[in-house]
Design a binder for this molecule. Structure first.
Ligand SMILES: Cc1ncc(COP(=O)(O)O)c(C=O)c1O
Length: 378
């Protein structure tokens, strides 16, 4: 079949490219995997412990506890803080469903507050009004690699005696006034899902904290409530991290600062090439933030039309997230209809995530920007 002229040189740009990254560190990874195979330390064990030490340091925290995935990290942190069936936990509606699921799986009720229109993170101005006598904890989500405005959130939490658990699943190395994601609240929860800035080769997650008692309790809960072998002090679960993931993550952690830096540079290049396009709003970096651009999302009317047009040109974009949690069927029982959280609902319709990964080339970024300029009327 004869293709139209411009399709003959179609550049294919995925939303993220895990293969490009793997190829850049293949030898190190193969050696790390070989070490685990040789030692047969497959479930938890020394490779996980070594990664935990390095990751705690990276997060400016005393403890890091490796678990099976980010959802378990959130769930275990809440369980360890004794969040249960009479409690409410406040979070935001524009996050991955896991944030709310973790609350639900403790038996507690998720309560939402809308996000700030500039950063898409929890709006502290709206927080106080969502607090009730049942509120036990707050989970701000550091969305897309930018931390929520933690000072006012911590101040309110302190005055109302509430726990704060940072959902840092998209924020490995992000900073708030020089403090790393996960180090400000009672605990911080990370996902190492393969597409994250620090991604495992399978499923993994971690909780970080400066509270030794909390760390000990989470360690027990993730290993069947054991304080020592076959002594079960609590009813726990199996949420251990794999040895292979520990070794892979430790290897990849060494590269994370450079990868985050590369993502930031790519964001600046997108900004430069798109700043004069009137009908799109570029992501904003708050004055307090070091943004690590897990996702680079532009705000654009007719988002779906642009997304389809870019797909035709070989550019794969994403939507994070198309339906806010309060409008998901699973949470219909909360009775929160359309219009409950206007900012979250608006951005669910208009945000478009552009290709973003460290190995993205300047040529690829220029091509994406050029195609956006072609389809968005300036
Ligand atoms: C904000 C947020 N919270 C929680 C999670 C859950 O992490 P996981 O997929 O590792 O369970 C993710 C990632 O998927 C996330 O992006």
């Amino acid at each position: 079949m004869i293709q139209p002229a411009h399709h003959q040189n179609l550049m294919k740009i995925p939303l993220l490219d895990l293969k490009a990254q793997y190829e850049s560190i293949r030898e190190e990874i193969v050696k790390a995997i070989q070490r685990v195979l040789d030692s047969t330390a497959f479930a938890a064990g020394p490779f996980v412990t070594q990664f935990e030490k390095k990751f705690a340091e990276f997060c400016q925290c005393e403890h890091a506890i490796g678990v099976g995935n980010g959802t378990e990290a959130l769930w275990l942190a809440l369980l360890a803080l004794e969040v249960g069936s009479d409690d409410e936990v406040i979070t935001v509606p524009n996050t991955f469903i896991a944030t709310a699921e973790a609350i639900s799986f403790c038996g507690a009720k998720p309560v939402f507050v809308d996000v700030a229109p500039e950063t898409y993170t929890m709006n502290p101005v709206l927080l106080e009004a969502a607090i009730t006598p049942q509120t036990k904890a707050i989970i701000p989500v550091h969305l897309f690699g930018q931390m929520a405005d933690m000072d006012p959130i911590m101040e309110i939490a302190k005055s109302r005696r509430l726990y704060v658990i940072e959902d840092a699943c998209q924020a490995h190395g992000a900073e708030y006034k020089g403090r790393r994601a996960g180090s400000i609240g009672n605990a911080g929860c990370f996902s190492f899902y393969p597409g994250k800035n620090l991604g495992a080769y399978g499923e993994a997650g971690a909780v970080v904290t400066n509270n030794s008692e909390l760390a000990t309790k989470i360690r027990m809960l993730l290993d069947h409530g054991q304080s020592k072998k076959y002594l079960h002090e609590l009813i726990g679960w199996n949420a251990r991290m794999d040895g292979l993931q520990g070794a892979i993550l430790e290897t990849k952690l060494k590269h994370l600062p450079a990868w985050n830096e590369a993502r930031w540079r790519h964001a600046q290049m997108y900004n430069q090439l798109l700043c004069d396009v009137k009908n799109i709003v570029l992501p904003k970096e708050a004055a307090y933030a070091k943004h690590i651009y897990h996702i680079y999302a532009i705000y654009v009317e007719n988002r779906d039309t642009l997304m389809n047009a870019l797909a035709e040109e070989g550019i794969q974009c994403g939507i994070h997230y198309p339906v806010p949690i309060h409008l998901q069927p699973a949470y219909a029982f909360l009775g929160l209809g359309k219009g409950s959280f206007p900012v979250a609902e608006q951005i669910a319709k208009e945000l478009l995530s552009l290709p973003m990964y460290p190995e993205l080339t300047n040529e690829q970024i220029a091509y994406v920007a050029l195609m956006i300029r072609r389809f968005v009327v300036p």
